[in-house]
Design a protein around this ligand. Structure first.
Ligand SMILES: C[S@@+](CC[C@H](N)C(=O)[O-])C[C@H]1O[C@@H](n2cnc3c(N)ncnc32)[C@H](O)[C@@H]1O
Length: 157
């Protein structure tokens, strides 16, 4: 969707003129999905191998990562518009606030996926379970802890 376009019920805001924080991208996620249209709708549907390429300056930060079967990736949806705070996704019949959606279109287009770690080769991590376009910038990696990150029986509206 182009910036400025709206579906029925959608609301956009004027974003602040200055940012509150700055980020550094620590790498890129290389996926088989060349365009947004090629991407799966969510990480669970993206059960193909992808490569996380970490900037070599951060290699010491990967020490011990192979201990974990799953990782949380936080990445930056760089092609997403940021002003649409109420949205009408195609799969819903009514508009919903951005903070009640997993949409990539948000004031800070941060996305997350719990991926399976297949192997580590230097600064390249092979993972499975990702939904982003090839080249999407990576913000952070954290190990996934089933003991604290999983909420069995959580309610989904
Ligand atoms: C619905 S979002 C789910 C986001 C994420 N997994 C989450 O829940 O935090 C996934 C969609 O984001 C879109 N997308 C993928 N890579 C993107 C990028 N680099 N910039 C903007 N949108 C992207 C694709 O249309 C993909 O199907």
């Amino acid at each position: 969707m182009e910036h400025g376009d709206h579906r029925e019920g959608e609301v956009s805001v004027t974003l602040p003129s200055a940012f509150d924080a700055s980020l550094v991208f620590i790498g890129r996620i290389r996926t088989p999905f060349a365009t947004l249209a090629d991407c799966p709708k969510n990480p669970r549907e993206g059960q193909v191998e992808a490569t996380v390429e970490i900037d070599p300056r951060y290699i010491a930060g990967l020490e011990g990562i192979e201990r974990f079967s799953h990782l949380i990736l936080l990445y930056w949806m760089d092609a997403a518009r940021r002003d649409l705070i109420r949205q009408t996704p195609r799969h819903l019949d009514a508009p919903r606030g951005v903070f009640a959606l997993r949409s990539p279109l948000r004031p800070n287009p941060v996305s997350l996926a719990v991926v399976e770690l297949i192997r580590v080769e230097g600064t390249r991590l092979t993972v499975k379970g990702i939904d982003c376009r090839d080249g999407t910038p990576l913000i952070d990696i954290k190990p996934y802890f089933a003991s604290t990150d999983s909420v069995p029986g959580a309610r989904r509206g």
